[in-house]
Design a protein around this ligand. Structure first.
Ligand code: KIV
Length: 273
């Protein structure tokens, strides 16, 4: 018998158990088949098909222009490349806010048409009735509080949340209410580390996944392009650690290709039929 034990499929229940055991949860975003395969094979717990695709894939300034059709295509590609990790689809702006019925139908499309296993929705207390109904329909939901990028114009920029008493109380109450509604996890984005730790300690059955929220969360998420160095130089938030610097690697490969085609060095006889 092989001594290599195949890792079992990650489900929302796996993440809840990991929180209970104090095991850190790892999540990265992906938007395409091949990247998803690489992340899955490397052992990531979950892949979030973020609406950050709007920025890093489609070149928009915000996540606001993202549509259901574009997100469905990204989620389907990622699901085809993933065997073990939990695939979470990010619901784009105005695909769930207008009404609970809209939210259920659009969340269901990610599962039925694209192969997602859960969806993510931004918003705290005000989104709880919708989140609850979606979960009652059998669709696992990850919440998202703190700096919620779809509301960037209301925040007036990427400002750290939870520093004032009112903001802290809103975040703590929202996290409790999302847990009661049945969320398996909540993204905590750009929240002071102290408040994020307090939220994490206050939750039993909902894992917290931080991005710019300190080390006290149950897990962490980063945008894959950012952590691989595939980003504009102007974007370098304090929380971002670059695990690779692929920009010069890609630029160098493309520059050599251009030069070798122009000088007749590529293709060689060995590379021809
Ligand atoms: O869209 C996204 O990638 C996200 C993560 C940054 C949490 O929401």
């Amino acid at each position: 018998m092989s001594s290599i034990k195949k890792r079992s499929k990650t489900t929302v229940q796996t993440l809840i158990r990991m929180k209970a055991r104090g095991e850190k949860i790892t999540i990265l975003t992906a938007y395409d088949y091949f990247t998803a395969r690489l992340l899955d094979q490397a052992g990531i717990d979950s892949i979030l098909v973020g609406d950050s695709a709007s920025n890093v894939i489609h070149g928009h300034q915000t996540t606001i222009p993202m549509t259901m059709d574009i997100m469905l295509a990204h989620v389907a590609a990622v699901a085809r490349g993933t065997e073990r990790a939990l695939v979470i689809a990010d619901m784009p702006f105005l695909s769930y806010q207008p009404s609970t019925e809209t939210a259920i139908i659009n969340a269901g499309r990610f599962l039925k048409e694209a192969g997602a296993e859960a969806v993510k929705m931004e918003g705290g207390l005000e989104m709880v009735p919708t989140v609850k109904r979606v979960i009652e329909c059998g669709i696992p939901v990850m919440g998202h509080i703190g700096l919620t990028p779809q509301s960037i114009h209301r925040f007036g920029g990427p400002k750290v949340q939870g520093r004032r008493e009112r903001s802290k109380a809103y975040l703590l109450d929202s996290a409790q209410a999302l847990q009661t509604a049945g969320c398996f996890a909540i993204v905590l984005e750009l929240i002071s580390a102290e408040v994020a730790s307090e939220i994490t300690g206050s939750l039993k059955t909902t894992a917290t996944i931080g991005i710019g929220a300190g080390a006290g969360c149950d897990g962490q998420v980063l945008v894959i392009n950012d952590m691989l160095g595939l980003r504009d130089d102007s974007f370098k938030p304090k929380f971002l650690r670059e695990y690779a610097d692929l920009k010069p690697t890609i630029s160098d490969a493309v520059t050599r290709y251009i030069s070798e085609v122009r000088t007749g060095k590529y293709p060689s006889d060995d590379e021809s039929y």
